[in-house]
Design a protein around this ligand. Structure first.
Ligand code: M6P
Ligand code: ZN
Length: 195
């Protein structure tokens, strides 16, 4: 990799970077056991393995001091009454933070610490959200009208740890409450000391 400064442009309505190294697409099948209405999940999956979100990543060496960054586009939609969302993860290197800059759309970042503390912060065009080290994070598009478009950056050696979220989900679910979204308890979640 050539170690020279560079500039990118975020092009088009989805702010796709003018150059990226990795295009990750996540479909419904990648979020097994995550949506609380499992009947709605399997019904939807029987119709089509829909594209929920995509990540355009600018790759850098996965070394301390480097940054990984890019744009995530979460498409609008629901499974049952639960909005489309990312899988969510802890960082494998727990002592690493992450930064999000919302380019367009409406949504929330659901977070929780290893100790079970939780937070929900709103995304809106121009908002910047800081994820502290040791907090898992999941982005949710709470609008049914358009994409949620997020620029992100985090230390390149952080890595993704999906295991505990795949098993227990997040402590809080984000559901469509009609006029607005609702934050409700996830019945499948277990406090860390009971796992
Ligand atoms: C953010 C970043 C990426 C991540 C993406 C999708 O934009 O945190 O590193 O890959 O969201 O989230 P997930 O990996 O949980 O599917
Ligand atoms: Zn992350």
């Amino acid at each position: 990799m050539v170690n020279r400064p560079f500039t990118l442009q975020l092009l088009g309505p989805q702010a796709i970077p003018s150059r990226y190294d990795h295009h990750i697409t996540r479909h419904l099948s990648a979020l097994k056991n995550q949506f609380h209405d499992q009947d709605a999940y399997h019904d939807a999956l029987n119709v089509a393995d829909m594209l929920l979100y995509e990540v355009f990543e600018i790759r850098r060496p996965e070394l301390p001091g480097e940054l990984l960054f890019g744009v995530t586009v979460i498409h609008p939609g629901k499974v049952g009454d639960e909005f489309f969302m990312t899988k969510g993860h802890f960082h494998s290197v727990l002592e690493t933070a992450e930064l999000y800059y919302c380019l367009d759309g409406e949504g929330v970042l659901v977070m929780e610490s290893l100790e079970g503390d939780w937070a929900v912060e709103e995304f809106y065009s121009g908002s910047v959200t800081f994820v502290p080290p040791r907090w898992a994070h999941r982005s949710v598009n709470t609008s049914l009208d358009g994409d949620l478009i997020l620029f992100f950056a985090y230390p390149a050696h952080a890595g993704h740890d999906y295991k505990s979220i795949e098993e227990h989900g997040f402590r809080k679910l984000i559901l469509d409450g009609g006029d607005t979204y609702e934050i409700v308890d996830n019945p499948r979640w277990l406090p860390p000391e009971r796992r």
